[in-house]
Design a protein around this ligand. Structure first.
Ligand code: BJW
Length: 228
């Protein structure tokens, strides 16, 4: 990596799989047990808010019992040691990158640990449940929803992500299936910017053919190998 100065790292559910957090599209993943259109769209939330809030309350509670793994820890070491620009763009709503010690982290699909008040448009740290319709800590209105990005909603901080990609020498994608846009398109965006690209994933993903290099295996093995 000696000629590399600026790195953008995209992470997905696969990096947290070995911490015991379910992925979405693997066998046994969340989308086998729940229909996406029932739980991860604004229309689903409007139609059946209890179902959606219960789904997220359960996942929020589960995530808080999980710990970062060797892959999160390796990225945190890289973040601490790297002099150049580095941005960990995670699609994950868990906070395992931060709990491993990484600080340059951007949550493009939001975070479980925030509630978003649709009445006053503020975000508050929220570790409890939402199903009982608690009042917003800022305005008191019982209009809180999970601060996550559903299908059809705009992912967060896209301008910052594209700015980082334009400055990058290396784009690394870790533990993501490449099924969901715009994140799935970052590798092609990077290629068109002449950025070197590397995939680290359990197996070949939908986007594998776009990467210059790929390494396959469990994140807890291949991420520390790449970092150290
Ligand atoms: C391991 C491992 C181990 C396992 N080690 N690896 C048609 C074409 C193109 C685009 C669209 C289209 N129709 C609609 C769209 C847009 C849509 C989209 O992409 N749809 C696709 C299904 C086609 N996208 C959107 O709607 C996005 N917004 C948008 O585009 O806005 C534009 C807009 C413009 C104008 C107005 C308004 C909007 C928003 C997408 C939001 C995604 N939200 C979710 C839920 C977040 C909250 C929550 O957590 O519940 O985000 S869906 C879900 O998928 C979640 C994830 O972040 C995301 C990606 O999943 P990920 O991380 O890749 O997980 P998996 O399970 O798919 O893959 C895991 C991988 O890990 C696998 O490859 C395994 O092999 C690997 N793995 N174990 C290493 N141990």
């Amino acid at each position: 990596m000696s000629e590399m100065r600026n790195i953008v790292i995209l992470t997905g559910a696969g990096i947290s799989a070995e911490s015991g957090i379910d992925t979405f599209r693997d066998a046994g993943g969340l989308w086998e047990r729940h229909r996406v259109e029932d739980v991860a769209t604004p229309e689903a939330f409007a139609r059946d808010p209890d179902l959606v809030l219960r789904f997220y309350d359960q996942r929020r509670e589960a995530i808080q019992t999980k710990e970062p793994n060797a892959a999160h820890e390796a990225l945190a070491r890289l973040d601490a040691a790297w002099d150049g620009d580095l941005l960990i763009v995670t699609q994950n709503v868990d906070d395992l990158h931060e709990r491993a010690g990484a600080s340059r982290v951007l949550h493009m699909h939001g975070t479980h640990l925030n509630a978003w008040c649709t009445a006053c448009d503020t975000r508050s740290r929220w570790t409890g449940t939402l199903i009982d319709r608690p009042g917003c800590p800022v305005c008191g209105t019982p209009a809180l929803r999970p601060d996550v990005v559903w299908f059809g909603e705009m992912p967060y901080e896209m301008d910052r992500i594209y700015a980082a990609l334009r400055q990058a020498d290396l784009f690394v994608s870790i533990g993501t299936s490449g099924a969901v846009y715009p994140a799935a398109g970052f590798v092609q965006d990077a290629r068109s910017l002449r950025v070197r690209t590397l995939e680290l994933n359990l197996e070949a993903s939908m986007g594998s053919r776009w990467f210059h290099d790929s390494r396959h295996g469990p994140a807890t093995q291949i991420v520390p190998q790449w970092v150290d």
